[in-house]
Design a binder for this molecule. Sequence first.
Ligand SMILES: [Zn+2]
Length: 287
Amino acid sequence: MVGSLNELKEASSEEIARSRRLLQHPYAYLDEFGGFSALSNCSSKQADTFTAAPKKIIEESRHSHTEIERRVKNLHRRIWQNRNKIWSNVTPSNPIDMLDPVIALKFVGYDCELDETLGIFYSDGKLIEVAGTIAKSSAKVCISRRFENNIRNFTAAHELGHALLHQTGSLHRDRPLNGTIISRDPIEWEADKFATFFLMPRKLVKTTFEKIFLTDKFFLNEETAFALGYGDFMELKGKVKPLRQLSKMLASAEQYNGRHFISLANQFRVSTEAMAIRLEELELLAL
Ligand SMILES: [Zn+2]
């Protein structure tokens, strides 16, 4: 999704109707960011290019879950192979420290800066503060300082996804993102998936989880409840229904079995909710 409110205003209803007929595709709709996906890369005055541009976006936006994960793995591998060049002074000893979307953006050729504010935009009739922008034409990403670190981190990783998956020719703006809202726009969904895989890679989350909870699948029982610091198993069992409550508890836990550590969410610099969802996706726990 690219496009601004102004571009949207410029787009006549005739063009929108025409794009729907041409595309016969769900992307030809107004998206939640106030832009119009089908009009990406072309203004209302560029009728000649209008038929070609949307098709390109559609092709590029069809990335399967598996394909996105494969692309992220490739990027991780390239970052690892080039770690001595990227971190010329001190190469991180912990692989989690290499999951830095700002460094990755620079590695793939993007200029990335932090700004005090990136303005506001309309979505669903509400004014929303912009958390991140990307302009592929100038290879530039901006992240707003107005949000807490895990939102900045996820938003930067989302922009990294756009940089590697999509043609975002004009300025694309994003709301604050932390990976817990499923986007209705397929392109936004893909960028979110990219961010999730980039920040919380399957293998690294699993091995870190195993180190902390001493198992590759956590089941809640009297013993594990006690290790979490709860003497009353039945009381805890009542508290953690549905599963998301237990997932959040494990994502934010800072002690287990008498050992203290940095929580999974904080180690991976994501929100508790985002890590909780990832733990469930990886089937690392059950009630
Ligand atoms: Zn986006």
